[in-house]
Design a protein around this ligand. Structure first.
Ligand code: ZN
Length: 250
């Protein structure tokens, strides 16, 4: 079984399109999406449509929930982006049926999903929707122990937009430190698959993961960043910063 795991697309269609092409070239059996299809970026409708078509498992992210229900708890730039996203989803763009399908799809997304030895969440096993697990949390042993206690074997997560591997002995490995590969063992691990649409680890390329048997492979994919930046700059309700940060991958 060969699985592609993507997360945090954030309405970046240019990036999602390139990642889907890269996934197609790998010949996978299934695509799993860990949530945050929307928020921040310029193409919410198109991204939801592509995810609906291609992914066999998709989870709810905190920005998806914000667009569905209420944008509470977000900073002002993110909140404005969520209100704008909502307006885009309410606008059917001439196809009412498809607009309804999108709402229904988002409304039915689960918060976690298990498959064999894998647990899929957006944030963490303890708080699937909202908890961040950052590399520096390896210094917070209590936090790490509590989360690892809830993981049957391997957890795949997103939310921080910082890819890498957390081991049960409180270590973190970024993809470039392990040559973009990690072999799963009997020890528990948390794998952050990074972000397709807004990477924040200093590498602006889109990031996702391929898992086959015990091998986890981090993939970085170049995409036309300027295309997305320009679209964001052209939409008054989206802060220019949301585009500019894509160039730095921060
Ligand atoms: Zn996100």
């Amino acid at each position: 079984m060969k699985t592609a795991i993507i997360s945090d697309i954030h309405s970046n269609l240019a990036s999602l399109t390139k990642v889907m092409a890269d996934i197609q070239a790998q010949g996978v059996d299934q695509i799993v999406c860990l949530g945050d299809i929307v928020g921040y970026g310029p193409d919410p409708r198109e991204c939801i449509d592509l995810i609906m078509e291609k992914c066999s498992i998709c989870l709810l992210g905190n920005h998806d929930q914000g667009a569905l229900f209420d944008p509470e708890g977000f900073n002002s730039g993110a909140e404005r982006a969520i209100f704008w996203t909502r307006s885009q989803l309410e606008n059917s763009a001439g196809d009412r049926q498809q607009a309804d399908r999108r709402w229904e799809f988002l409304g039915e997304l689960p918060r976690n999903q298990s498959q064999g030895e894998f647990l899929f969440v957006h944030g963490s096993a303890r708080n699937p929707l909202n908890e961040y697990v950052f590399p520096e949390d390896t210094y917070n042993r209590r936090k790490m122990e509590k989360i690892f206690a809830l993981i049957p074997h391997h957890s795949f997560q997103g939310h921080t937009h910082v890819p890498g591997v957390f081991t049960e002995d409180f270590r973190f490995f970024g993809p470039d430190e392990i040559n973009y590969e990690y072999r799963l063992s009997d020890a528990k691990t948390m794998i952050n698959v990074g972000s397709v649409g807004q990477p924040r680890d200093g590498d602006p390329r889109a990031c996702y993961v391929i898992v086959e048997d015990d091998l986890v492979q981090f993939r970085r994919v170049e995409y036309p960043i300027d295309e997305t930046v320009q679209k964001i700059h052209d939409i008054p309700d989206l802060d220019n910063f949301l585009g500019d940060r894509l160039r730095d991958g921060r």
